[in-house]
Design a protein around this ligand. Structure first.
Ligand SMILES: *[C@@H]1O[C@H](CO)[C@@H](O)[C@H](O)[C@H]1NC(C)=O
Ligand SMILES: *[C@@H]1O[C@H](CO)[C@@H](O)[C@H](O)[C@H]1NC(C)=O
Ligand SMILES: *[C@@H]1O[C@H](CO)[C@@H](O)[C@H](O)[C@H]1NC(C)=O
Ligand SMILES: *[C@@H]1O[C@H](CO)[C@@H](O)[C@H](O)[C@H]1NC(C)=O
Length: 349
């Protein structure tokens, strides 16, 4: 019996080996089949340049790019310039043939129940007709990995935390030029931000700034506790490890330029479009009074501002690092520097 057991094991190992070889062969055939090695654009994307100068500046092949079937999630944070940015995507989606889909969450909640996360993850990863797709919505980072799903590409934009709070404060009172006729939550309330801080009203409490950290931190309980140190570290970690790119409101133009170089199937032509339609896309709060120096000092003394600002500075440093890898043309447009690596000694021939 013992002997038989061993022989079963042996044949099992043998069968697995055969299976592996066949799988590898099939995969190999698939890879070789599409995209074709002769597709120079495919090569370009992978830096596999065959040193043909005339090819260097060629466009990416649409066929290949769309075969990537990417999903991008922009879990946008309120009052960070997200509308200006997403409108670029809405303008380009037809021309670049991708879908833009808004994720509307009931009661403006920024997190989902575990079951809703599962449904969301399952839905968007299996909704093949809509790929490639860019999803956007005011929701905290969702960890696709824990659902065993293919992980999409995450992008985001952060803003200086006090600027964001002041912008939000006046936005609730006076609305903006985007939907001028919409009556906002605090319409008619004439208390300035300075007065609000002086009188220690809840609307300008530093806890309201605890938003960019939890958005990047994610769906766990600890992310949403104002002042939680773990949440800050998790947000930083996610920013570097789970996000393709996090831009800053203060430099959305460069954010779009970088995206154009790394996600051309979505953002091809975006820089030019954004520059030429800047007026149309810039969403501005109707009335905004800059806070006094005293108010600024008061806010900056709060630990919440300090933590949120730490994340912002972290994001800005990382973003500038990426931006500085690009070059600027005479018109001030950021461009890809081109290929700085090539493959050699590919063997066997
Ligand atoms: C370089 O690319 C151009 C344009 O695609 C093509 O016409 C030419 O034959 C290529 N030259 C070589 C040496 O591959
Ligand atoms: C989200 O859905 C609700 C209910 O259907 C609707 O009232 C609201 O306008 C939607 N929000 C946006 C931004 O479209
Ligand atoms: C995803 O959800 C949408 C809208 O709720 C639905 O129409 C679509 O069929 C769903 N897709 C999949 C693959 O479940
Ligand atoms: C710079 O802008 C001018 C005018 O819009 C345009 O003609 C030119 O091609 C641009 N240069 C580059 C390198 O994009």
């Amino acid at each position: 019996m013992f002997k038989r057991c061993i022989s079963t094991k042996k044949s099992l190992v043998f069968a697995s080996l055969i299976f592996c070889i066949i799988t590898v062969l099939i995969l190999e055939l698939k890879v070789l089949n599409f995209p074709k090695n002769s597709d120079l654009n495919f090569n370009r994307l992978h830096g596999q340049i065959n040193l043909n100068e005339s090819v260097k500046n060629r466009e990416y092949s649409t066929k290949y790019l769309h075969s990537r079937n990417l999903i991008v999630i922009y879990n946008r944070i309120p009052k960070t310039g997200s509308t200006s940015f997403i409108n670029v995507a809405y303008d380009l989606c037809k021309k670049n043939s991708f879908n833009v889909i808004h994720l509307n969450i009931t009661k403006n909640s920024h997190f989902l129940s575990l079951a809703d996360q599962a449904r969301f993850v399952y839905n968007i990863t299996s909704w093949n007709e809509k790929k490639p797709a860019l999803y956007h919505g005011h929701v905290g980072f969702i960890n696709f990995q824990v659902f065993g799903a293919t992980v999409p590409i995450f992008i985001n934009i952060l803003r200086k935390p006090l600027d964001r709070l002041v912008s939000y404060y006046y936005f609730l009172r006076y609305g903006d030029n985007y939907r001028p006729n919409l009556i906002r939550k605090k319409h008619g309330n004439k208390v300035t931000f300075d007065e609000c801080v002086k009188e220690k009203r809840p609307d300008c409490h530093p806890d309201n700034m605890w938003l960019q950290i939890p958005f990047l931190c994610g769906q766990s309980a600890f992310c949403w506790i104002p002042g939680n140190e773990w949440a800050l570290q998790e947000a930083k970690k996610n920013l570097v490890e789970k996000y393709l790119l996090v831009g800053i409101t203060e430099d959305i133009t460069s954010f779009i330029s970088v995206l154009e170089t790394v996600l051309p199937e979505f953002f091809k032509g975006a820089s030019e479009h954004f520059a030429s339609s800047l007026k149309k896309h810039l969403r501005k709060t109707n009335k905004k009074i800059e806070p006094s120096e005293e108010t600024v000092t008061e806010i900056k003394s709060s630990p919440i501002w300090q933590m949120e600002n730490e994340l912002y500075e972290f994001a800005a440093q990382q973003f500038h690092f990426i931006k500085n890898q690009m070059k600027m043309n005479e018109n001030g447009t950021l461009l890809d520097k081109g290929i700085h690596f090539k493959f050699e000694k590919i063997y066997p021939k």
